[in-house]
Design a protein around this ligand. Structure first.
Ligand SMILES: [Cu+2]
Length: 171
């Protein structure tokens, strides 16, 4: 008999606490914000010699225009056994935001004389039409990520691997 009121108090206590946590959780949902992200257009390079490792049997450039192979003899005339590979990329190459957030990208071109860059929404809609980005300059693109899915900032010259993906999660 005496334990029943206590039991009810516990039940009510749990319900009230749960409600408070739920309300708190809803209030904790962040308002749309602006993400300022500094990126670089870079070229990773690797080199070795035929004495250490045989060059790849297939040309990496057949996998992506962003991959480069300088075969033995092409890399360095004075070192005919040397061969090199390179890969153009954006770094960071993956960004996550919430729907409604503003993505403000500042990209500095370090490697590659020029890149043909465009930004597309998840549905393929053009966010930024293709433009030529040249070495030594910084380019700014700002847009509201209003669609859930993945936006792509990509270079047509070095496709498909020279791409930065911006994943937009539902708010
Ligand atoms: Cu490029």
């Amino acid at each position: 008999m005496r334990r029943q009121p206590l039991g009810r108090m516990v039940v009510w206590g749990v319900l009230i606490l749960s409600g408070a946590l739920l309300v708190g959780g809803v209030e904790a949902q962040q308002a749309a914000t602006t993400h300022t992200i500094f990126m670089n257009a870079v070229e990773f390079k690797g080199s070795t010699t035929t004495g250490k490792l045989a060059p790849p049997s297939a040309n990496p450039a057949e996998l992506s225009k962003g991959y480069v192979l300088k075969a033995p003899g092409e890399a360095d005339k004075n070192a005919p056994d040397q061969w090199e590979v390179a890969s153009y990329t954006f770094t960071p190459g993956f960004i996550t935001v919430r729907q409604g957030d503003t993505v403000a990208l500042s990209t500095f071109v370090v490697n590659g004389d020029k890149h043909e860059v465009a930004v597309l929404a998840p549905d393929g809609q053009i966010v930024m039409p293709q433009a030529t980005w040249t070495r030594g300059q910084e380019y700014r693109v700002s847009f509201v990520a209003d669609k859930v899915g993945t936006y792509h900032l990509s270079c047509a010259t070095h496709a498909p691997t020279m791409t930065a993906s911006i994943l937009v999660l539902p708010r």
